[in-house]
Design a binder for this molecule. Structure first.
Ligand code: KIV
Length: 270
């Protein structure tokens, strides 16, 4: 007997079919509580390796491990019912060979039950993407600024601002689409180039700092909630400022405990 939920979760083919349609909305989440909130509104939840920065305080995403991604991917799947959940492949878990990528991605799908994985890289990862897709693993690509390559890039600079640099990024987008990715994240790419890529490739583009010309948008949840006190990139819009609210709540609790005002009889058992 099959055990199926009455609620149908979105799939990678559903997202692929949204090319040139209503904008696709994706947001990161790393645990069950925010996943449930995001799930009510978003098409896709990305368990991004940005969790290394926003949850663990690493400077880059390089130290993130496959086990960390799987743990948080499972939490997000438990918290959500409708959105397609995409789990990022962390640095070092897929670049060595197609076989390494398959073993890592299969672990992610088996252990989290998520619907797709995302990996960084264009032309250099095309063969791997085709290998995974042929073997039943839906892949979201990620081109433009690829944060896992920070140690060779040197800085998180926007890409494609000079027309001379367009060809490489266009080739990356085409290679990922031709390899069978169901969509591709374009990060920190100048608007004219993002527009051109979106018009040229048959799969949806999801922009982060790549303008409204893309087929969809993604941001990091900590950024939109104002939970990151450090510098935030130009492409981030804060929809709330939660840091001072949380600080105020923590201080309120501490002050009341120290003053003997909490707990009261209302919070105690007779
Ligand atoms: O890890 C992440 O959150 C991402 C987004 C920035 C696209 O890859």
């Amino acid at each position: 007997m099959s055990v199926q939920s009455a609620i149908k979760r979105k799939t990678a083919p559903d997202i692929r079919a949204r090319k040139n349609g209503e904008p696709i909305v994706m947001l990161t989440s790393y645990h069950a509580h925010t996943a449930a909130l995001v799930d009510r509104h978003c098409d896709v939840i990305l368990v991004g390796d940005s969790l290394g920065n926003v949850m663990h305080g690493f400077e880059t995403t390089v130290p993130v491990t496959l086990d960390m991604m799987i743990l948080q991917g499972r939490a997000v799947m438990r918290g959500s019912q409708r959105a397609l959940v995409v789990v990022d492949m962390p640095f070092g878990s897929y670049e060595a060979s197609k076989e390494q990528a398959f073993h890592s991605a299969a672990r992610v799908l088996k252990e989290t039950h998520c619907g797709a994985i995302k990996l960084e890289g264009g032309v250099r990862m095309a063969e791997t993407i085709a290998f995974l897709v042929e073997r039943g693993i839906p892949v979201m690509g990620h081109i433009g600024l690829t944060p896992q390559s920070i140690n060779t890039l040197g800085s998180f600079r926007a890409q494609g601002r000079e027309q001379a640099s367009w060809e490489k990024i266009e080739n990356d987008a085409r290679a990922v689409a031709d390899a069978g990715a169901f969509s591709v994240v374009i990060e920190a790419v100048a608007e004219p180039l993002a527009r051109k890529i979106t018009q040229d490739i048959p799969v949806p583009t999801i922009g982060i700092g790549a303008s409204a010309a893309c087929d969809g948008q993604v941001l990091v949840i900590h950024d939109i909630l104002g939970l990151c006190e450090k510098y935030s990139p130009k492409f981030v819009k804060r929809y709330a400022e939660l840091t001072p609210i949380i600080a105020e709540a923590v201080k309120g609790y501490v002050d009341e405990v120290r003053a003997g005002e909490f707990p009261t009889a209302d919070h105690s058992f007779n």
